[in-house]
Design a protein around this ligand. Structure first.
Ligand code: HEC
Length: 112
């Protein structure tokens, strides 16, 4: 009886641990540096936008950034400027960019 329960728990743990990998390979910040150059004009090289016209994306949660980028790409979040930025990028590129900007220091999150 306990053996069955233990086996089911193990199966569940294995299933759960593979789920994120199925959805999208983890973002890799070092792969994003070239692509991030295209974002610098508006968001700053490190995601700390030089003007209030553009949101500061440095230090923002990685999953939040990825969600925003995927939503611009799918059209769920509508913004012509950002849609044109992401339309030619693959989902893996977006994951890499999210990892890159999430890893940048921001005065908004200075306690981290
Ligand atoms: C021409 C200027 C411009 C460029 C270049 C640009 N962005 Fe943006 N970005 C914006 C604007 C404007 C917004 C706000 C859009 C809105 O209101 O949804 C924005 C919003 C975002 C957001 C959502 C922020 C939030 O707080 O919800 C993310 C993430 C983002 N940009 C990432 C990027 C990345 C990554 C690149 C490079 C591939 C990039 N942007 C290039 C202008 C730009």
């Amino acid at each position: 009886m306990t053996g069955i329960v233990r086996r089911q728990t193990l199966t569940l743990a294995v299933l759960l641990s593979t789920l994120p990998g199925l959805a999208l390979a983890a973002g890799n910040a070092s792969r994003a540096q070239d692509k991030a150059a295209a974002c610098a004009a508006c968001h700053g090289a490190d995601g700390n936008s030089p003007t209030a016209d553009y949101p500061r994306i440095a230090g923002q949660h990685q999953d939040y950034l990825l969600r925003a980028l995927l939503d611009y790409k799918s059209g769920k979040r509508k913004n012509p400027i950002m849609q044109s930025q992401v339309e030619n990028l693959a989902k893996q590129d977006l994951a890499d960019l999210a990892a890159y900007f999430a890893g940048q220091a921001s005065p908004l999150f200075s306690k981290r």
